[in-house]
Design a protein around this ligand. Structure first.
Ligand code: UTP
Length: 283
């Protein structure tokens, strides 16, 4: 499931009328990279949680007959193939979160969809690029340990107060056993510098916990608060995942994603590199 109903207040005014999940990274909206990661991980059914003003997300993953007709011409084959490919990526379902009560509340919207199955949550504003898709790394951890798994990375002291902090003990390789966590820790209250960044694999055990989770930091129903209860009772696996994560929920993250993706882009990469070198020289 991809929660994409948030208001995106940190990227205003770009997100006043446009969902932050649709902010482009060179030539694709952020959420398309996320859907592609899920598909590369072997996931076939995807639920996107949307809300008011998020309708263009549905349009993006739909067929576009007028555009397809206009592209059905010699010389436009690649663009046509690309447009058709987006509509055929996966079975995509949508449900609206009627009030933005927090990420935990958004996850609860998935209950009728996932039933008793485990599921991966791919945060709609976190794009993770890498050879080995992050969601697949979490699925392998679930298969190995049979419990929920979260994607973690060490972050700076400056960042940890805005994210979450994990009480994590090494198991092996890049796997950790997490038996507690805290959302937005006050300075000095961190368990470690490991934070959940954008991906988790949950079991249906999370739903009864979410149903009684009270609003936490920022007055929102925090997914981390529910996952902390799961960690304390059943344990959660932390996966220090490989891949580069871009936070599309803040302006600097958006620019980092743009620049690094443009440098590696087959069409504009070399020209952009030359431009950037020239520009850097004049800074
Ligand atoms: P964030 O907390 O980063 O999103 O949630 P936000 O509320 O849009 O952020 P601000 O306003 O800039 O602070 C992480 C993900 O969860 C979704 C968001 O769309 C984002 O992809 N989300 C958040 C929901 O779907 N529903 C919510 O109630 C809150």
């Amino acid at each position: 499931m991809i929660p994409a109903a948030g208001l995106g207040t940190r990227v205003l005014p770009a997100t006043k009328a446009m969902p932050k999940e649709m902010l482009p990274i060179v030539d694709k909206p952020a959420i398309q990279y996320i859907v592609e990661e899920a598909v590369r991980s072997g996931i076939e059914d995807i639920l996107i949680i949307t809300g008011r003003g998020k309708g263009i997300i549905e349009d993006h993953f739909d067929r576009a007959p007028e555009l397809e007709a206009a592209l059905a011409k010699p010389g436009k084959e690649k663009a046509l193939e690309e447009c058709l490919g987006i509509a055929g990526l996966a079975n995509i379902f949508f449900v609206r979160q009627k009030q933005t009560l927090g990420l935990g509340h958004a996850v609860l919207m998935a209950k009728p969809f996932t039933g008793s199955d485990p599921f991966v949550v791919l945060y709609g504003d976190d794009v993770i690029m890498g050879e080995d898709p992050c969601a697949a790394q979490l699925c392998r951890a679930y298969e190995a340990y049979g419990r929920a798994a979260v994607g973690i990375k060490e972050v700076s002291a400056e960042d940890i107060v805005r994210y979450s902090s994990m009480k994590a003990a090494p198991i092996r390789d890049n796997h950790y056993l997490i038996d507690d966590m805290i959302e937005k820790p006050a300075p000095g209250r961190e368990f470690s510098m490991f934070s959940i960044l954008g991906r988790c694999l949950l079991t249906a055990d999370i739903y009864p916990i979410l149903e009684h989770t009270k609003p936490g930091a920022g007055g929102e129903i925090q997914l981390t608060d529910a996952m902390a209860e799961l960690a304390r009772t059943a344990g959660v696996t932390g996966v220090d995942f490989t891949g580069k994560r871009y936070d599309m929920g803040n302006k600097l993250g958006v620019m980092q994603a743009q620049v690094e993706t443009a440098l590696a882009h087959p069409e504009i990469g070399p020209a952009f590199r030359a431009y950037l070198k020239g520009l850097a020289g004049s800074l």
